[in-house]
Design a protein around this ligand. Sequence first.
Ligand SMILES: [Fe+2]
Length: 483
Amino acid sequence: MSVELLKQRLPFLNIESGLEVCMGDEGFYLDILHAYLEENCLSALNDFYIRGDWRGYRIRVHALKSSSLHVGADEVSALAKKLEYAARDDDMAYIHLNHYKFLWEYEALLKKVNAVFMEYEEYKAYEYEGLGRLLVMVVDDNEMNRDIASHILESEQYSVMALDSGEEAIKAMNKYLPDIVLLDIHMPPGINGYEVMNIMQQDERLAGIPVVIMTGDDDDDTELKGLMAGAQDFIAKPFNKDIMMARVRRIIELDHIKKFFQAEVLKKTKDADDRRREAENITDEIVKALASTIDAKDKYTKGHSERVAQYAVMLATEMGYTEKELRNLKYTALLHDIGKIGVPDEIINKTSRLTDEEYDIIKTHSAIGYDILKNITQIPDIATGARSHHERFDGRGYPDGLEGTDIKEIARIIGVADAYDAMTSNRSYRRSLPQDVVRAEILKGLGSQFDPTIGNIMIDLIDKDENYLMRDFSDDENNGGPV
Ligand SMILES: [Fe+2]
C-alpha cells in the first residue's frame, strides 16, 4: 500500500504531519498506523468512564492524544486533549457531555482506516476486534426486516448481528453481550419476543441490556405487555430510518448514562462505607485505649472493661439489638467505669476493707463518668451507661436510686455484665468463683439487684457455657482455674 493512496482514501488524516513525526519513512508510518489500530482503547476508555476512574481515564486520553497526533488524527487528538484537561480539572460536566461523542468519533476513524487496510492483501489476515463495541442485535424472523434494519444501522457505524429467532438470539447474547437488542414480538414457531425478554430478565448479565421492540401492531396491549416485560421503547414497522437511528442512539446514550450513574452510586457508597469503617476503627481504638487506661488504674481488674463489653454485647445480641445498637453498647460498656479516673489510686487499689467514707468516694465514679462522657452526642446513652450501671432493679443502687425500667436498659445490661465479671475474674485475694456459685448469685439477684429478664438471659448464657469459658483466664497457668 502506498501512502499516496492512503492520502486519497483518508483525506481527514493529516498524513503529512504523521510522516514528519516518522521522519518521512513511509513504511514506518504505515506500521505506526497499524499499531494505532491495534492499540484500540475504546472499551478500556469506556470502562474507566463507567467506573468513574478519572485517573485511569486521564492517562488513557493522554496516551490517545499523543498516538493520534503521531498518525495525523488531529481531530481525535484535539478532542482527547480537551477530555484530558477536563479529567485533570474534574470538569465532569464536560466529560459527560463529550465522552460518547468522542468515542463515536474515534471509533469512526478506526473503522475508516481499518476499511482501507482491509482492502489490501498484506492486511487481509489482520483481524480487527473491538469495532463491535456498539453492537446492535436485530432479532426478527422476517428476513426483509432484518436486512432493512441491518442496512440502516450499519450505515451509522454500528456493528449489527441479525438473528432469525429468539432461541438464536439468547444463544448469541450469552456470547457477545450486545449494547442494545431490537426485538420482534411474533416469531413463530419459536419463542416470542416477550419470552426472550423474560429469559434476559432472569439472567444477571443480560437483564441490563436495553431492548427495543420492533412491532407492526399499534395496539395498547402490545405496548403495555412490552413495557411490563422490560422493553425500553418501540419502533414501528415498516421502519423509518431517522426514527430508528434516533431511538437507537438515544437509548444507547441513556443506557450508558444509567450505567455511569450506577457505577457512581456504587463508588460513592463504597467510599462512604470506607470512610465510615475508618472512623469506626479510629473510635474503636480510642475507646479501647481509654478502657485500658481505666483498667490500668485498678490493678486488680485487668481486662475488666473489655470483658464487661463482651458480656453486655452477648446479652444484647440475645435481646435482638441491631448491629448499630450493639456497637453503641460496646462503647458504653467499655467506658462504664471511666469515672474511676477521678478516684484516688490508693482507694481504688486498697486491699484491706474500705471505710464508709472511702466507699462513698468509690461510688462517685459513676457520676464522674457521666460528667466525662455527657458531651458525647454520637453514642446515645454512653454517659447514662456510666452513671447508672450501679443502679439496682429494686431501687437500692446508686447514684440516683432509680428503680426497675426507670434505669435505662443499656445500664441494666451493663449492670448484669459488670456483676458477672466481678464474680468470674481473678483478684489478688481470690480466684474466679466456680460457675455454679456465680449462677446461683445471679439467680438470687433477679428482681433485686438485676433486671429479671436480663438476669435470666445471663443464666441461659451460663447454662450454654458448658466448659466455663466466659471468665477471666489471666494467670491461670500460675494459679490454676476458678476456686
Ligand atoms: Fe463501676
